[in-house]
Design a protein around this ligand. Structure first.
Ligand code: NA7
Length: 860
């Protein structure tokens, strides 16, 4: 019932949407004693399950898991009839839940929110509906769903067709009867793939217009999976908890088998088992690396393509149905029942829009570049303006009158996918930047609702009125969301996850791919740290603990977790010999690094005996001369050798196109300061004198090193300048040791927990140099004369105790007139940038390093 606009209704909270999330949110808010109004433009509860009534519509997560878990009693009272329930059954379930929890009195149906604005003095939202109603509330909660705003038809002439038009996402309640009709289906996403076999049963002729073939596996629908039912019967709470702390919101055993190294038999067995199981998270878990490694992904993709070829009789049609333009899983894979089999039916035709694009919809049908088709009905299965569409459409304007649409013009920006700056007390359930569509939605919905309820309860208890994220926290989270996506294959696809399906929509990865478990952990930590990154206000209160919840690159964090779990003893507790032996063992398990043209070992005459070296020649013509880079390995002057930095040297060689010569200088404690530095200088002199024999262009010589290797490289530059030769074109210093002062803030911040610790650095110094020598520029080049040194590229890592001395060296060089390129390895540790083939996020940093190395020399 609409009230006059002059007398706005007042509630503590307004929730938009009465699907899975809106219903549970209402339930939790009521428990807090808040007054709540839920608004929905539908005629009943159900959300996406109210609208998506097309034939064959089902969930693609097993019903054992696609269900509310917050109330064991509710669970007991409902039994799903199938492994993947149909839309009518899911809708029935949500009706049951709404009734059983007595939610309906607080829900108003057939009402669309047209706008909302934040009233700063009143600290309230004013919401306007299509009926002219005004509602005021303190908390405004969007339970609008991720796939609820249909994509507007973006096909020429879409309005002209004279026959019946259907949208899978707005299917008529009375259903559709295609008996005897000529039907077109446009779109082969999940909605198309689910509906096509059923429409084919009725239609006289069915023509499917496919722009992108999609990966689909058989759902093998039937009774709910016995193994899951058993686990639930045994210990429901344990099962639900396992789901909450799983990667995708469904308990599975994540594999550690890698596609690249598994035997053919293992690959086949794992794939066939997943194919038979018919579960999304199963087929996405054939190999641990299929989401990040193109080669592993292609093994799964090709096995699916083999299946398609074995199902579809006509080889031409089979090939057209085989997805080849995106990695498996980077677009939402589908579960089907007889989809590919449908194309064997004589009255079903596939039109490949890549070969003959649609020119226009006409009054009679569809005209492609090659043919005109006549139809009685056209079904658009063309998808959604996913994740942001419904949020933006509700037209909320925040504190400064800026709308969400304006704020998100370049892509959504959120803190935890829950809130966004400038919009106080505005919550998004499963918003962009949260796991949402990459997870079992019901688990992610419950987690979000519980977090919001916990937050509001805390605010009530503390007498607070508003909450809003800070710009710093939000920017940090956006960065983390993109960092997580960047190490996967996902951003390569034109998917709706990327916003790529909607013309003009910014291309940004929308959901959080770091996992339901990692995400829950982050949200819990934010709350436990007094709502880190949020500003909370109330009468006489204005509190804010600003900060960023995840600054580390996600794969770096994984490596640290892995190493912590492996329980390696701290190196500084070992003898030098034992520490060397331990590192040699761990190095054996590494990927080898990229192929280069040639690798040869040799010896250099050092100041006191021979020094072994390894030369890396880039691929390409072997006769031409290249710039020469003398490389010095890391290891605190104590550890490391030609093998330890072999993958990094290959990487530097492949990226820079230079000949890289890695030199094994003498180590401490056997030979102490300044032996390592003198060896490095001798190696540089020797390389200069023997450039042509090494394949180097005379006069084009640079030095490079990592950690203590960067220390001796920097010292070699100073010694060469002092000795008036040889000429060095540039110095690449990756996380260099340039000082023995351990009091800089980066030592305080990163001195423990990131592999290179303060204790280990002290151990290195103690092995290498007497305290009296540690200020000598040959040990601490920061204290040397820096004038006239070669241009430098200095790499510093955020989580490195040596970060600040690297920055100090860069600044000091600049002050001395030396050109410096300072590369910040954001979210990295002292070691992670060098972990070639392990830490994917290091690759862009190494690309920049390779470019910097190339820039030391004149263009070829
Ligand atoms: P999707 O997955 O976005 O699929 C839409 C399909 O429609 C897809 O094949 C699109 O091809 C196609 N499409 C979209 N626009 C056009 C135009 N203009 N011309 C031709 N073809 C077009 O939506 P669904 O509803 O199937 O599924 C959404 C999710 O709901 C699903 O993943 C499940 O999680 C539940 P494209 O790939 O863009 O080339």
């Amino acid at each position: 019932m609409n009230k006059p606009a002059s007398v706005p209704e007042q509630f503590d909270a307004v929730v938009v949407g009465a699907g899975f999330s809106g219903l549970y949110m209402l339930y939790r808010l009521r428990q807090l004693g808040l007054s709540v109004k839920v608004l929905d433009s539908a005629g009943d509860v159900g959300g996406t399950w109210y609208w998506n009534r097309y034939p064959g519509a089902r969930c693609d997560i097993p019903t054992t898991d696609y269900t509310y878990s917050f109330d064991p009693e509710l669970e007991k009272e409902w039994t799903w009839s199938e492994k993947y329930a149909t839309q009518p059954e899911i809708l029935e379930y949500l009706r049951f839940a709404a009734d059983r929890l007595g939610l309906r009195p607080d829900i108003e149906f057939s009402v669309t929110v047209t706008s909302a604005r934040w009233d700063e003095p009143e600290k309230r939202w004013t919401i306007t509906t299509d009926g002219g109603q005004e509602i005021r509330c303190r908390y405004y909660i969007m339970a609008t769903g991720c796939l609820s705003m249909p994509k507007s038809p973006d096909i020429e002439g879409a309005g002209r067709f004279a026959g019946r038009v259907y949208l899978t996402s707005r299917w008529p309640h009375e259903g559709a009867d295609f008996t005897g009709q000529r039907v077109a289906v446009i779109g082969t996403g999940s909605s198309g793939i689910q509906s096509i076999p059923l429409i084919a049963r009725q239609a006289r002729r069915l023509t499917v217009f496919q722009r992108t073939p999609n990966f689909s596996i058989p759902a093998h629908n039937g009774p709910a999976p016995a193994d899951r039912l058993e686990r639930l019967a045994e210990d429901r709470d344990e099962y639900r908890d396992a789901a909450r702390w799983s990667r995708g919101g469904v308990p599975i055993d994540p594999t550690d088998i890698l596609g690249g190294t598994a035997s053919e038999a293992v690959r086949r067995e794992r794939f066939e088992a997943a194919w038979e199981q018919g579960e999304l998270f199963g087929i996405l878990n054939v190999f641990a690396d299929q989401g990040v490694n193109p080669a592993a992904n292609d093994i799964v993709a090709e096995m699916i393509r083999e299946k398609i070829r074995s199902i579809v009789t006509d080889p031409g049609i089979a090939e057209a149905l085989c997805p080849k333009d995106h990695y498996f899983g980077t677009k939402r894979p589908c579960l089907d029942t007889g989809y590919f089999e449908t194309y064997d039916l004589p009255h079903v035709q596939l039109v490949d829009l890549r070969k003959q694009p649609i020119v226009s919809i006409t009054e009679e049908g569809i005209e492609t570049a090659d043919e005109s088709f006549g139809f009685d009905a056209i079904v658009y299965a063309t998808g959604f303006d996913a994740m942001t569409g419904a949020l933006v459409a509700a037209d909320a304007a925040g504190r400064d009158g800026v709308s969400l649409k304006e704020k998100w013009a370049a892509g959504p920006s959120t803190y935890l996918g829950l809130m966004t700056t400038g919009f106080p007390n505005f919550f998004m359930l499963t918003g962009p930047g949260s796991p949402s569509v990459l997870s079992n939605m019901t688990v992610s919905i419950e987690q979000h609702v519980d977090w919001v309820a916990g937050c509001l309860e805390n605010m009530r208890d503390e007498g607070l009125e508003t909450i809003e994220p800070t710009a710093l926290a939000e920017a940090g989270w956006n960065q983390h969301v993109q960092d997580c996506a960047a190490i996967t294959l996902h951003p390569t696809a034109n998917s709706w996850y990327m916003g790529a399906n909607v013309p003009g929509k910014p291309r940004v990865f929308l959901p959080y791919i770091g996992g339901v478990n990692a995400y829950r952990q982050a949200c819990d930590e934010v709350a436990a740290q007094g709502y880190l990154g949020f500003r909370l206000t109330g009468p006489g209160e204005d509190r804010c603990r600003d900060g960023v919840i995840r600054r580390m690159q996600p794969d770096v964090a994984m490596v640290l977790e892995f190493m912590a779990a492996a329980g390696m003893p701290p190196l500084e507790t070992l003898s030098a010999a034992d520490a060397r032996a331990l590192l040699a063992v761990t190095a054996e398990a590494r990927p080898p690094g990229p192929e280069v043209g040639e690798v040869t070992d040799g010896v250099i005459p050092g100041p006191s005996g021979h020094l072994p070296y390894r030369l890396y020649r880039p691929a390409g013509p072997s006769e031409g001369l290249r710039p020469l880079v003398m490389y010095f390995h890391g290891g605190g002057w104590v550890l490391g050798n030609l093998d330890s930095d072999d993958p990094l040297c290959r990487d530097l060689c492949a990226r820079s196109g230079a000949v890289v010569v890695s030199v094994n200088y003498r180590h401490a404690p056997e030979v102490r300061f300044p032996a390592a530095a003198l060896d490095a200088f001798a190696a540089v002199q020797w390389a200069d004198a023997n450039a042509i024999e090494l394949g180097g262009i005379p006069g084009q010589l640079a030095v490079a090193g990592w950690s203590a290797g960067a220390n001796v490289a920097a010292v070699a530059c100073q010694l060469a300048r002092g000795a008036e030769g040889p000429h060095i074109s540039g110095q690449l210093l990756v996380c260099p040791v340039v000082d023995s002062d351990m009091t800089r803030p980066s030592y305080t911040e990163n001195g423990d927990g990131y592999i290179l610790t303060t204790a280990l650095m002290r151990w290195f110094w103690d092995h290498y140099a007497d305290p009296a020598d540690r200020g000598d520029p040959r040990a601490a080049p920061l204290h040397g004369n820096l004038e006239g040194l070669p241009e430098a590229c200095i790499v510093t890592a955020d989580f490195d105790p040596l970060r600040d001395e690297g920055v100090a060296y860069a600044r000091a060089l600049e002050a001395a007139g030396v050109p410096v390129r300072l590369v910040r390895a954001r979210g990295h540790t002292h070691t992670s940038v060098t972990m070639v083939g392990v830490v994917i996020s290091g690759a862009p940093v190494r690309a920049e390093i390779g470019e910097a190395l190339g820039d030391f020399f004149p263009a070829p």
